[in-house]
Write a protein of this length. Sequence first.
Length: 132
Amino acid sequence: MKKDIPFTRVSDIKVAIAKTLNEKGESDWYAYIINNKPTHLNNILISSSAAENEDGSGRKTSQLRHFIEHLDKESFAKIERVDPAVFGFYNRYWVSFYIGHQVFDERFMLPPFREWEATRIEELDMEGVIVG
């Protein structure tokens, strides 16, 4: 069962919401997972949701689940598109993955932000917000 699986604390993994410009010159926002580890990750499960309040109360979004089979060392992958309407929410990402036969698990929470508060994210070469 889940209680019998030893989960190890995660380091060198980050989650970010960053913007790109589409062909019309408009901002498109996406969530990304960033792997700063010197090894690749396998079987990455990501659960995402957002809530109006830090304790999870208030208005909420649907919970979405994503799977990324493989992520190379020191690279990143797009998780999902993010609607700017949820920038004022607490965006949560629960990330689980394997390195070899060891499972790792971490929860990330991006606090509410405004588009003009975005800063440079070196790993992505984009503007956005990052946690991890």
